[in-house]
Design a protein around this ligand. Structure first.
Ligand code: ATP
Ligand code: MG
Length: 180
């Protein structure tokens, strides 16, 4: 499984539709300060279901919508689509490509689409559950979080190791079934 493409429209500094395509292996995004590199990783987090605006470096979720510039007015909608290559069948769906999209309007309404069909956030999380990708995992490490991992308490570091070993998902499932 790998990230195949990312399309942003009205997301943070990406007012116009911007598409990035990636190959297997390492992709580096380079650019001057403030050019939108971190906004791209924010877009990946967001489309995978992030709900905490602070994790997206904003004060409120509305901050993901293009806020306007001297040259153009704000947009009313933020949209991100992420296409994952699933030819190795790592994701539990019968498609070689999985498209996950999220839209959010200024009114606060948010919707998800999986391969073009409306879906719930829960469906997105379910698809990603065993993949190691998604919110709450360490597949996306921000500039600041690396320092905090290195300085974390042993029990917090244990949680990280449990996630890497695949134990965490079972703990989460157990906690979820106990809540029911
Ligand atoms: P650095 O190299 O300093 O880490 P970067 O390339 O990671 O920079 P980002 O943090 O991705 O840069 O982008 C910051 C830019 O995005 C700022 O100019 C900011 O004004 C703009 N930006 C963030 N949110 C919005 C928004 N909702 N609407 C318009 N522009 C936005
Ligand atoms: Mg940055």
């Amino acid at each position: 499984m790998y990230l195949k493409s990312l399309v942003l429209k009205g997301f943070k500094s990406f007012a116009d539709r911007s598409a990035l395509s990636m190959e297997p292996g390492i992709t580096a995004i380079v650019g001057p300060n403030g050019s939108g590199k971190s906004n791209i990783s924010d877009a990946v987090l967001w489309v995978l279901g992030e709900r905490n605006a602070k994790h997206l470096r904003g004060a409120s979720m509305e901050d993901v919508i293009f806020a306007g510039s001297s040259a153009r007015k704000a947009t009313g909608l933020a949209e991100v689509e992420l296409v994952l290559d699933n030819s190795d069948g790592k994701l539990p769906v019968e498609f070689d490509e999985v498209s996950i999209a999220r839209r959010m309007y200024r009114t606060g309404e948010s919707e998800y689409l999986i391969n073009g069909s409306l879906a719930r956030r829960m469906d997105v999380l379910d698809i990603l559950h065993d993949s190691g990708l998604g919110t709450g995992t360490h597949s996306i490490i921000s500039q600041g979080s690396l320092d905090s991992i290195l300085q974390s308490k042993p029990e917090d570091r244990r949680a990280l190791i449990e996630e890497a070993a695949g134990v965490l998902k079972h703990k989460q499932r157990k906690a979820k079934s106990e809540r029911k």
